[in-house]
Design a protein around this ligand. Structure first.
Ligand code: SF4
Ligand code: SF4
Length: 185
């Protein structure tokens, strides 16, 4: 009789523990059902990067004075500036300019220090190719205007951070605003 009562008690305790675990599992499930998905349906949906996103570099040939500051400030001396000296006008004449995005770390130093602002970071992030040599962009490829998910009628643009839960979006935006206002001081 005593053994029977003890086994009933053990059974009851284990059943209650199992119910508790099932409840915890459902709590996690319902919590995730309330959240927005973490992933997007790429390539049918594409994220719009933030304003400070450092994507493919855009280059304006006509503005470049071949000073090579971008090469000196680059941590790996990456930009290749090919120029010749024009004795008639005593000026450098730019012949070609290239950046290899297979090596570039997108630090933005060249953009920051260029005296004529002929370099700029774009929001273009789809740079994958089958042959890595195709990542070596000459001045013509660098001069191409960047593509934007917002301008592509074939894809659904998704605002940056929209994939996070609403609370986190607001916190992220507040943090960004605080940073921006600090910069403007
Ligand atoms: S720093 Fe700017 S202007 Fe000077 S060579 Fe580089 S891209 Fe041209
Ligand atoms: S972004 Fe940085 S690594 Fe890339 S070329 Fe400019 S300075 Fe060099």
């Amino acid at each position: 009789m005593f053994n029977f009562l003890e086994s009933v008690q053990t059974y009851g305790r284990e059943a209650s523990q199992a119910a508790q675990y099932i409840g915890q599992g459902f709590r996690v499930t319902f919590d995730h059902m309330n959240r927005r998905p973490v992933t997007i349906h790429y390539p049918y949906e594409k994220l719009i990067p933030s304003e400070r996103f450092r994507g493919r570099i855009h280059f304006e040939f006509d503005k470049c004075i071949a000073c090579e500051v971008c090469v000196r400030v680059c941590p790996i001396n990456l930009p290749v500036v090919d120029w010749e000296y024009q004795t008639s006008v005593k000026k450098k004449q730019l012949r070609s300019y290239s950046i290899d995005f297979g090596v570039c770390i997108f630090c933005g130093n060249c953009v920051e220090y260029c005296p004529t602002n002929c370099l700029s970071m774009t929001e273009e992030y789809e740079l994958s190719v089958y042959d890595r040599h195709e990542l070596n962009y000459d001045h013509i490829a660098l001069g191409r205007l960047p593509t934007s998910a917002a301008d592509d009628p074939m894809v659904q643009p998704v605002q940056g951070l929209a994939y996070l839960p609403p609370g986190q979006v607001e916190r992220g935006q507040d943090f960004y605003r605080e940073e921006s206002s600090d910069d403007s001081l």
